[in-house]
Each structure stands twice: as structure tokens, then as C-alpha cells.
Design a protein around this ligand. Structure first.
Ligand code: FAD
Ligand code: N01
Length: 544
């Protein structure tokens, strides 16, 4: 029973709580619920923000939305919660997703075990006592048997070190730290740096609300229309009727979104059939074009067919051929960088007289001056600069926690030449530490709520197994970690992912080792591997 487990857990050591979880986004919330309400453990969640939400707490920029279809961008584990919540759109905006997490936190009474406004500054495993000591910025230390960083893959914003930023006479903002009260753009000359998913989402709003917008683009992207739409009560009824089946499909698909692919490969269909599928993919929007060919990420020809199709669409939409050419991506295969969806007529906005595109791939940002941004020999005068320059993704936030394992092994040092983990869940040298969607797990290549549920459930099942079998410690072997690393390398070598400079590989951060940070083999193979480990009594892990 959970009471017995709680008593057992309390006996394993003299700790303040059984588990410390860092982060109160989707991952931390569900982790708390599982460990506390299902296993009966004492749990403390530490969160630096003053509310739940994670990504959806921080990214309050205009136009921020999810691009997973909303009926899948939520938890599936609780039928009541599932049936009670109803998003208003196919791709809802940030306030609504934040509201959803608030609703879940209240519904499951999670807040009482979350310490808000508190940042974890270090965590160290004390080998003699066999406990984790977690330090926070208020100067206190909390000890626990289990340590679970649930800190997210996109939670350490990246601001390039532009010369002269401090001399800028106007205001500037990073999208991931957008002020709660918003920013008044009316009558302002605004500069936007960055055209990733975030830049593409915020751009139409900036264009509509400012006096003049200058977009500084280094690399063009393959934007495909999201085709967002409101969801009616009738549509929700239909979704609910099929919910069981749809969720099963989502959990059993490679990207956690339940899509079927149209053709295995480019050779499997006629030109006409492919044209029709591409047009349909474009018309239906969202991730449709990624699902025309099963082999889109491994076969250059299939990929190029889709890429060329998207290029032709961009050329069709953008009136000025010179501007269109600048917006057309040719340097990387489609999907090798995170493919963004477009909203609110992104490409159409370049046809406005008050929107200008500056190619900083050709002529880089040299410095920021009092009046604006200097590229080459011209200065672009600006009142406001918006940096949509992304994140030190996947490893950045984990490394920022200053985690030390056995013998003072430092996680950041261990990962100096790229992350090493077993299944993205655990790390050799770091007993009783579990990461939710850690590096080398499928994470950001999937609809993350599905990946998060799988991780949280694997972790809590593992802890339950330990308690039921009187184990106090678990740690992956070095051999298992090496094998996982090799397997990751092998799979990524079969794909087109290495043909792009992307945050998937850490290429966006100067000095960061370029290595693929995410398990590229999809959820199906990954989940099978995780299940197999459990079936074989946690093969690859040492239990004591
Ligand atoms: P997060 O939501 O990042 O939460 C981590 C929490 O840890 C944060 O609240 C942070 O404050 C806290 N934390 C970190 N370090 C510390 C510390 N030292 N001390 C205390 N607290 C700390 N994914 C999808 O699947 N579909 C989408 O459509 C989608 N859209 C996205 C849009 C944007 C703009 C961004 C940035 C990401 C998007 N993602 C999307 C990915 C998204 O990050 C995940 O889907 C999901 O929200 C991650 O949840 P999480 O709880 O794992 O991490
Ligand atoms: O960050 P990014 P993001 N000079 O790293 C440019 C998720 N997300 O916040 O491509 C000039 O993708 C950089 O240029 P380049 C999603 O997973 C999801 O947009 O490196 N430019 C790039 O254009 C996403 O992938 C959603 O050449 C510089 C941009 O800044 C992830 O979050 C919405 C520069 C950064 O793009 C991150 O997206 C939003 C420099 N020195 C986010 N440095 C949805 O689901 C960087 N850039 C809808």
C-alpha cells in the first residue's frame, strides 16, 4: 500500500523529504502527483517562478502558442481532468495553456507541496549519508533520497553577446522573458532578431502593432501554415467520443501526435499522387507535410521534394522576388531544424510597406548602437529591439543546476563533450537522480506531453519497484550509458539531422560541443527500449 511504501521510504535515510523535484511545468506537476498521490511519498517541488506553467509561464510574448494540436497538448492520465478541460482553439495561446496547468494544479491540490519563488542553486549527492542535498537561493538546504530535475528542455533563454547592447537608447526584450504587463509598440520602430519558431510567431503581431518593423534574419526557415481555428462544443464532443482511441494512437506514434504517413518514400507514388498529398498537407496545415513520406528525415530525395514544395509556396506568397528569395531556405533539409508553423499570415506580412527584411546571414549584426542595430555600413534606427534568439536547449538548464554526483563528479564537466545518459533518464555517477525528458530522450522531437507522461510514469514505476524490493539506490552502469550513447550516434548518422546548424545539436551556442542532443529514433522504438529494461529487472542499472 502507499502507506507502507511511505513508511519504508522514510526508513531509508534521515531526509527532509523522500523526493525533491525541480520545476513546476508539465513535468514537475505530474511527477509530484505520481510520487505523492500514487506512491505516498513526501515530495517538495522547487520552482523559481511564482506560479506553475514552466514554458507557458515564461513565454508571454504576443502570439505565443503551442503547435501540437491542443487536444493532445495536455495530460491523458486522469479521465476527469481530461473530460473537464476544453481548449478554445486548435493551437491555443499561452494564457490558455498556463490556465490549463493552473487548473490541473488546483484540481490535484499540488500547490501545497510547491515552493515558488525559489531557485535551486546546487544539488550534491552525499555518498556517506546516501542522500541528495539540494541548495536554494534563500540559503537553505533540503535533503532527499531521490532528486528529480524536471527543468525543461527550453528553459534557459539565450541572448547573443552583441557588442554595444548596453548603449542602446531604446528598450529591448527577450521573448522568453516578456513582461507580464506587455509592451506598448504603438508608434514605435521595432527590430526583431531571430526567425525561429518564436520569431515567426511574434512577427505578425509586431508588424500589426508597431509603426515599422525590421526583421533581422540569419537563416530562413520552412514555415508551414498552422491553419489554427476555434474548436466548437460539437467538435469537442466528437473529440471526446474518440478520445481513448486517439490517445492510444498518440502514445503509439513516433512523434506523440498520432499521425499516419502517406507514402513510405518518394519512389512509392506517382508525381500526381505526391503533388496532391503535398497540396493537401499545405491546405490542412500543421505537421502534415512532415508526414507525406515516412522517410522524410532519412532520404534526401524525399526530403528535397517536400522542401522544394515549401519554397515554391513562399515564392508564391511573397510579392517582391528579392524578398522572397531571402526567405527561401536552401541551406538545410526540411525538418533538420525544428520546422516552425506560421500563424496570422507570417509570409504575407512581408508584403506590407512598413515591414523590412534584413539578411544578417549576408551582412551580420556588427554591433548595437544608441540608435539601433548596425549591419555592414548602415544603422537600422529602432526604438525597441525584440530578441527571439532561442535557448541554450536540452542540456543548458540541467547544467545550470550545479549537480554533483558520487566522488564530487560534476555533471557539467561530465557533459563537456556532449551529454551522456542512459535513456535520457539517468546518469552514471548520479545515484537516485532521474531526469524528466533529459538529453538523449525523444523529448522535443515529439509532442512533449506524451513524452513527459511516459518519463514520469517510468520514473515513478521504478521508484515503486525499488521500494517494493527494498532497494535504496539505483544508478545506470557505465556500460549501459556507453551503449546508449553509441546507439544515439548510430541512429542520428542514418538521418539528415547533421545537415543543419541547429539547437538540436547545440550549434546555436558559441563554444557548445556540436552533438545531437535528442534521441532521434522516435517514441515507438524508445518506449520499447524503456519497457524492455523494466521487463529485464532494470537491465543496465545497478540496484542496491
Ligand atoms: P518547463 O515547462 O520548461 O518547466 C521547467 C520549470 O523548471 C520552469 O518553470 C523553470 O522555472 C523551472 N526551473 C528551471 N531551473 C530551475 C532552478 N534552478 N530552480 C527552480 N526552478 C527551476 N512542446 C510541444 O510538445 N508542443 C508545443 O506546441 C510546444 N510549444 C512550445 C512553445 C514555446 C514558446 C516553447 C519555448 C516551447 C514549446 N514546447 C512545445 C516545448 C515545451 O517546453 C514543453 O512542451 C513543455 O512545456 C515542457 O514542460 P517541462 O515541465 O518539462 O519544462
Ligand atoms: O529559438 P531558435 P526559438 N544573430 O533557436 C537567430 C520551441 N518553440 O525561440 O537560425 C542573428 O529556433 C537564429 O538564427 P539561425 C520550438 O521547439 C515552439 O525560435 O541560428 N540571429 C534563429 O533564427 C523551437 O524550435 C513554438 O541562423 C541570431 C533565432 O535567432 C524552440 O522553442 C514556438 C543570432 C533563434 O531561433 C526554440 O525556438 C516557439 C545572432 N547572433 C518556440 N543568434 C511552437 O510550438 C541567434 N539568432 C509554436
Amino acid at each position: 500500500s502507499s502507506d507502507k511504501r511511505a513508511a519504508d521510504a522514510a526508513q531509508t535515510g534521515d531526509t527532509d523529504v523522500d523526493a525533491v523535484v525541480v520545476g513546476a511545468g508539465f513535468s514537475g506537476l505530474y511527477m509530484l502527483h505520481r510520487l505523492r498521490d500514487e506512491l505516498g511519498l513526501s515530495v517538495k517541488v522547487i520552482e523559481k517562478a511564482d506560479d506553475v506553467g514552466g514554458t507557458w509561464y515564461w513565454n508571454k510574448y504576443p502570439g505565443a502558442r503551442c503547435d501540437s494540436r491542443s487536444w493532445f497538448y495536455c495530460f491523458s492520465f486522469d479521465e476527469e481532468i481530461r473530460d473537464e478541460w476544453q481548449y478554445s482553439e486548435k493551437f491555443p495561446e499561452q494564457p490558455e495553456i498556463l490556465e490549463y496547468q493552473r487548473f490541473v494544479a488546483d484540481r490535484l491540490d499540488l500547490r501545497r507541496d510547491i515552493e515558488f519563488n525559489t531557485e535551486v542553486t546546487s544539488a550534491a549527492f552525499d555518498e556517506n549519508a546516501g542522500v541528495w542535498n539540494v541548495e536554494t537561493d534563500d540559503g537553505s538546504t533540503i535533503s532527499s533520497q531521490f532528486f528529480v530535475p524536471a527543468v525543461g528542455n527550453l528553459s534557459k533563454p539565450y541572448l547573443p553577446d552583441f557588442d554595444g547592447l548596453e548603449s542602446f537608447g531604446g528598450e529591448w526584450y527577450h521573448t522568453a522573458k516578456w513582461p507580464e504587463e506587455g509592451v506598448d509598440l504603438s508608434g514605435k520602430r521595432v527590430g526583431l532578431v531571430g526567425t525561429g519558431s518564436t520569431g515567426i510567431q511574434i512577427m505578425p503581431r509586431l508588424a500589426e502593432r508597431s509603426e515599422h518593423l525590421t526583421v533581422f534574419q540569419r537563416t530562413p526557415n520552412y514555415g508551414v501554415p498552422a491553419r489554427n481555428e476555434p474548436l466548437t462544443d460539437e467538435e469537442w464532443e466528437e473529440i471526446r467520443e474518440n478520445y481513448e482511441e486517439m490517445w492510444e494512437e498518440a502514445h503509439a506514434s513516433d512523434a506523440g501526435l498520432g499521425f499516419d504517413t502517406e507514402f513510405d518514400s518518394i519512389d512509392e507514388a506517382s508525381e500526381e499522387e505526391i503533388d496532391r498529398a503535398l497540396e493537401e498537407g499545405w491546405e490542412n496545415g500543421a505537421q502534415g507535410l512532415l508526414n507525406v513520406f515516412t522517410d522524410v528525415m532519412v532520404n534526401e530525395e524525399s526530403n528535397e521534394r517536400v522542401a522544394e514544395f515549401i519554397r515554391s509556396k513562399i515564392r508564391e506568397i511573397v510579392d517582391d522576388p528579392e524578398v522572397a528569395e531571402k526567405l527561401v531556405p536552401t541551406d538545410h533539409p526540411y525538418g533538420a531544424k525544428r520546422p516552425p508553423l506560421t500563424y496570422d499570415g507570417y509570409y504575407e506580412k512581408y508584403n506590407r510597406d512598413d515591414v523590412e527584411l534584413v539578411d544578417v546571414g549576408e551582412s551580420p549584426i556588427e554591433r548595437i548602437e544608441t540608435d539601433g542595430i548596425r549591419t555592414g555600413d548602415s544603422v537600422h534606427d529602432l526604438d525597441i529591439i525584440v530578441f527571439a534568439t532561442g535557448f541554450d536547449a536540452v542540456t543548458g538548464t540541467f547544467e545550470q543546476l550545479n549537480i554533483q554526483g558520487r566522488n564530487g563528479i560534476d555533471l557539467e564537466e561530465k557533459w563537456d563533450a556532449g551529454p551522456r545518459t542512459h535513456l535520457g533518464l539517468a546518469v552514471h555517477g548520479f545515484p537516485n537522480m532521474f531526469m524528466v525528458t533529459g538529453p538523449q530522450s525523444p523529448s522535443v522531437l515529439t509532442n512533449m506531453t506524451v513524452a513527459i507522461e511516459q518519463h514520469v510514469e517510468w520514473i515513478s514505476d521504478c521508484i515503486e519497484y525499488m521500494l517494493d524490493n527494498d532497494y535504496s539506490f539505483i544508478e545506470p552502469t557505465e556500460e549501459a550509458e556507453n551503449e546508449w550513447n553509441e546507439h544515439n550516434d548510430e541512429v542520428v548518422d542514418q538521418t539528415l539531422f547533421d545537415q543543419a546548424n541547429s539547437w538540436y545539436r547545440g550549434d546555436n551556442i558559441p563554444g557548445k560541443e556540436s552533438t545531437f542532443l535528442i534521441y532521434p529514433g522516435g517514441l515507438i522504438a524508445y518506449n520499447e527500449k524503456c519497457d524492455e529494461v523494466v521487463e529485464n529487472d532494470y537491465e543496465g542499472f545497478e540496484l542496491k
